[in-house]
Design a binder for this molecule. Structure first.
Ligand code: WTA
Length: 683
């Protein structure tokens, strides 16, 4: 385990700023004396007032595991507005895939996200639409949101959409998209947001799988100054989907776009419909939405989330993980096409009565200062983004950040992949001026909300770089070995599993409950298997080592590709790396590193490789030194910014003719360039 000790000593080499959050809390909390030393950063009064013997974060965490019905029951009563109360908090049989929370309860998600705030804070901004062109933002209040959701919900009903129907939403990140999601929720239709960067073919396969009769789209989308012909793409998809009966078309640019007989102009339909629409009384376990995500098999899975459990977990994590307070402006730059956009652009911020930014653009439009110029202009308290974007921006230099005022920021979050040390430090030091909490959140489309994050925690508890650290209330992470035995102790690695059901977990894969059970519940019976590996450090802190399929076994040593990448990313001239395994005659598996250099680097390729080998040898071990290192101009990334490692693995294994579908990549042409370099330098 020597290598992991070394990594550990690296991770605790410097202390981030532990006191800022605690100080903020003390300043803002009206009852700060109640939460003395050791109390939670964000209080949980729903629990501590009823159970006054629970005083510390640890007390509350332990209680959430030992008494899940009491814990989640109290939170659910307090957080959600119910039409009818639930009678049973939890009725789950995890091994057999029966997950059921809050049985007997009836509620409506749109009422929880809109109506109750329309009554209490009608003029508060609900959504700030940060449109592609900087400085053209638009604000929409809870009163306006209520009006629009009601009108679209009425229009959906008038045009024949019914409770339980699936509705595909293919729109840019915009209030119109949020209105579409909430209007579906209002009438009990199940929305399926498809990322508006996907091709017609990808859209069609999702529409068909869901059996959707309705699509809601926009005339066009605008992103990074480029126009995307959304309606045209929808028309192409519809040709392959005989089930589609109607296409609502919202106006984004107002351009002339092709029309077809099943089109319904969305704004006209809304104007003709009443603003009041009776919300459907949904059962707690009814489907709120489905969202497709990639699986190892290549066929996307439509993960289904429930009305009550999802909404509750999403709200609770929004508040606890991000220490949300009245008046906060939550700046999550995710696209609504991904789970982060669902939970932290739409449902989480709105259900908690917050103000959310909806970011339509890209991190580098019109220049690499875009995020921070937006921060100066809109003054968010939170910024929540992706490590891949941070690494990209880091490459462009600090002045793009420092020239803008970022003093409104209090919490900096990230999600989606490991936040390597260099990026963590840059985020903390440069973006956050060393005074914000950096919150690395680990979760999945399947988990509905954050499961591991540095917060909530005891007041003033340390935050360590490069790891999400602590479990959320009600979440019990465990590590399993190859024989499915729980690994105890600290400084150990294994398959990350969650030991008990939680309200936010996906309930099924649409149309294939068996696949759900086989993917997540059968591999390690009795546990939810995340597909990720993790390292439990001293202190019980979790670090994600990468997908289990990215864990490599070199000469009998298990090695997370993310760990090797982390070491290489710390070398100044390197912008980004991806490491994959390939079959190796002697070692079992060998390591292949793809490396992108920063612009204007003066060192030679050979110097870079030699330095990296030394660093890896010193930081991990000799066996972790890659067999091949290839300096490349870019990496094959999906439109959400994830590296498609399957392609790199094929190239590393000398099978570049068998790359499968690469059409969903941001830039498919990069693949050919990498293959050429591989042929010239490695093969
Ligand atoms: C990875 C995104 C390391 C992980 C909300 C997970 C992370 C997958 C982190 C889910 C993190 C997410 N550190 N890895 N903080 N967060 N991942 O479904 O492999 O798009 O299983 O959900 O992203 O991706 P998904």
């Amino acid at each position: 385990m020597l290598n992991y000790f070394k990594i550990f000593s690296r991770t605790c080499g410097f202390k981030p700023h532990q006191n800022s959050l605690a100080q903020c809390f003390r300043a803002l909390s009206s009852s700060s004396s109640k939460y003395s030393q050791g109390a939670p950063v964000t209080p949980v009064p729903e629990i501590t007032e009823k159970y006054p013997h629970l005083k510390t974060h640890k007390d509350i965490y332990d209680f959430s595991l030992e008494n899940p019905s009491e814990f989640w029951g109290e939170i659910a009563k307090s957080y959600l507005q119910w039409m009818e109360p639930f009678h049973t908090v939890s009725n789950c049989d995890l091994p057999n895939g029966k997950i059921s929370w809050f049985e007997g309860g009836k509620l409506n998600a749109s009422v929880n996200c809109v109506d109750r705030h329309m009554r209490s804070i009608p003029d508060q901004t609900a959504l700030i639409w940060e449109r592609d062109e900087p400085g053209t933002e638009q604000r929409i209040t809870y009163r306006q949101l209520y009006d629009q959701v009601g009108r679209l919900a009425s229009a959906l009903l008038q045009h024949g959409v019914r409770r339980g129907d699936r509705v595909a939403i293919y729109m840019p990140t915009s209030p119109a998209a949020a209105v579409a999601m909430l209007a579906c929720a209002r009438i009990g239709a199940v929305h399926s947001v498809v990322f508006a960067g996907f091709s017609a073919q990808a859209l069609a396969s999702r529409v068909l799988d869901a059996g959707a009769e309705t699509i809601i789209t926009s005339d066009q989308a605008v992103r990074g100054g480029k126009v995307i012909e959304l309606k045209r793409i929808v028309d192409d998809a519809v040709r392959e989907c005989p089930s589609v009966k109607r296409v609502f078309v919202a106006t984004r640019t107002g351009a002339e776009v092709p029309r077809s007989g099943i089109d319904i102009p969305m704004e006209e339909a809304m104007e003709a419909a009443p603003a009041e629409c009776e919300p459907a009384a949904m059962d707690a376990e009814d489907f709120l939405y489905m969202l497709y995500t990639s699986g190892s098999t290549g066929k996307p899975k439509g993960l289904v989330h429930s009305v009550a459990g999802y909404l509750l977990y999403c709200m609770f994590t929004q508040k606890q993980v991000f220490d949300l307070r009245p008046g906060d402006v939550f700046g999550c730059v995710a696209d609504i096409g991904w789970i982060t956009g669902h939970s932290h652009v739409v449902y989480g911020p709105l259900a908690t009565g917050g103000t959310a930014i909806m970011f339509e653009s890209t991190p580098v439009y019109p220049d690499p200062g875009r995020y921070w110029e937006m921060v100066q202009r809109l003054r968010p308290t939170h910024f929540y983004g992706a490590p891949t974007a941070l690494r990209l921006l880091l490459k462009h230099g600090d002045s793009w950040v420092t020239k803008y005022d970022r003093s409104s920021l209090r919490v900096l979050g990230c999600v989606g992949e490991p936040l390597n040390h260099e990026a963590w430090q840059w985020y903390n030091d440069v973006v956050g001026d060393k005074r914000c909490s950096v919150i690395d959140t680990w979760w999945q489309t399947e988990t509905g909300g954050v499961c591991l994050a540095p917060r909530p925690s005891a007041e003033g508890a340390e935050i360590r770089p490069g790891m999400p650290m602590r479990p959320m209330y009600g979440i019990e992470p465990v590590l399993l070995d190859e024989k499915n035995n729980e690994i105890s102790g600290e400084d150990v690695m294994g398959a990350l599993c969650l030991k008990r059901p939680w309200p936010g977990m996906a309930r099924t894969i649409y149309g294939s409950h068996q696949r759900y059970v086989e993917t997540y519940l059968k591999p390690m019976p009795g546990y939810y298997f995340t597909g990720d590996g993790a390292h439990r450090h001293p202190g019980g802190y979790y670090q994600i080592t990468g997908r289990m399929d990215d864990v490599i076994n070199v000469t009998g040593h298990r090695l997370g590709t993310a760990e090797v990448e982390d070491v290489m990313d710390e070398y100044e001239p390197v912008a980004e790396t991806a490491v994959v395994g390939f079959p190796h005659e002697l070692k079992g598996e060998g390591l292949y590193a793809f490396i992108i250099m920063k612009n204007d680097v003066t060192v030679t390729d050979q110097e870079v490789k030699d330095t990296l080998k030394g660093l890896i040898r010193n930081n991990i071990a000799g066996y972790a030194v890659p067999d091949h290192m290839l300096i490349v101009p870019g990496l094959p990334k999906t439109r959400s910014g994830k590296i498609m490692r399957r392609i790199l693995r094929k190239i590393a294994a000398n099978q570049p003719d068998d790359l499968g579908d690469i059409s969903t990549l941001q830039d498919p042409s990069i693949v050919e360039q990498i293959v050429q370099l591989h042929r010239q330098q490695v093969q």
